[in-house]
Design a binder for this molecule. Structure first.
Ligand SMILES: C[S@@+](CC[C@H](N)C(=O)[O-])C[C@H]1O[C@@H](n2cnc3c(N)ncnc32)[C@H](O)[C@@H]1O
Length: 281
């Protein structure tokens, strides 16, 4: 069922970690409405209007802009992947109410959007499944969904885990990386990491501290993750202040000025948060 604007707002009833999906959703909606927006996402703005939730708790938080910049990088990797593999498979792990399909789909790719059952049910109120677009209502830590993805013909796969894996214990992340590498070799995995220090200091995080969710996994060096599946290669690793040139140069002047300022200040909460693209063996 897709959302009808004449319906009363939907009150999301979500677990603690699931509720965090509303932060980047709100970030994209606010950004979309700015006159000098870095990203176009009318669907996110519609979803915020359609949800009965106190988004004001996140208003004006600096990390909203951070989440938009992160999404732009993950979108960039997705477009790159679809440029190389127009009929490839994209799996959004911990999709939340992300609208990457709306922003980057090329009309040919196969999409899976995976999240916990309550989030999958919420997605179902707004996004229609199609033969190219499937919701997987499961924890990423369950093994079965990999079988369903693996049955797709084609081969090339990008798994985008944006702001998801840090909520899992390290052992679960490690088991997942091993499972993907064994079951679907050659998969590209986009993910983000906080250092152990940021995980320890998470009560100081401007947006997360307004939810009951907890970060569990701290990672100081992405090569450690690559070593969990020997033969993995780190294709890219960026902070918000060292975005790829193509992403940085496409930003409006306001965002570039903000990033220049952040680069000078070298704040730990910015510099110790990284986004990576791995090729699993
Ligand atoms: C901060 S939100 C990010 C949502 C989305 N990736 C985005 O960028 O808009 C974290 C998401 O991870 C999902 N998540 C957390 N643990 C999960 C698990 N074990 N399996 C699947 N999804 C999970 C949550 O339900 C939530 O949707």
């Amino acid at each position: 069922m897709s959302h009808d604007a004449s319906h009363p707002p939907t009150r999301p009833s979500l677990g603690a970690v699931q509720e965090t999906l509303l932060i980047p959703l709100y970030g994209r909606a606010v950004e979309h409405r700015r006159p000098d927006a870095a990203l176009t996402d009318p669907r996110a703005a519609e979803l915020v209007d359609a949800l009965d939730y106190d988004f004001a708790r996140f208003a004006e938080l600096p990390s909203l802009t951070g989440s938009v910049l992160r999404t732009l990088l993950f979108d960039h990797w997705t477009r790159d992947f679809l440029g190389d593999h127009p009929a490839g498979t994209v799996v959004e792990i911990g999709a939340g109410l992300n609208t990457r399909f709306e922003r980057t789909d090329n009309g040919r790719a196969r999409w899976f959007e995976l999240d916990l059952p309550d989030v999958a049910a919420l997605r179902g109120a707004f996004f229609a499944e199609t033969p190219r677009r499937t919701t997987l209502a499961t924890s990423v830590t369950e093994p079965d969904w990999l079988e369903e993805v693996g049955r797709e013909p084609g081969g090339a796969r990008l798994f985008a885990a944006e702001a998801v894996l840090p909520f899992l214990p390290e052992a679960e992340v490690r088991a997942l990386v091993g499972r993907i590498a064994r079951r679907l070799p050659g998969t590209l995995l986009a993910l983000d990491t906080h250092t152990p220090r940021l995980v320890a200091d998470q009560d100081a995080h401007d947006a997360l501290s307004r939810t009951d969710a907890r970060l569990r996994w701290g990672c100081a060096d992405i090569e450690v993750v690559a070593d969990w599946a020997p033969g993995s290669r780190v294709l890219a690793s960026h902070t918000l202040t060292s975005l790829p040139r193509a992403v940085h140069d496409a930003l409006p002047p306001r965002h570039r000025a903000l990033l220049d300022d952040l680069a000078r200040r070298r704040l730990p909460q910015v510099e110790e948060y990284r986004m990576h693209l791995l090729r699993l063996p």
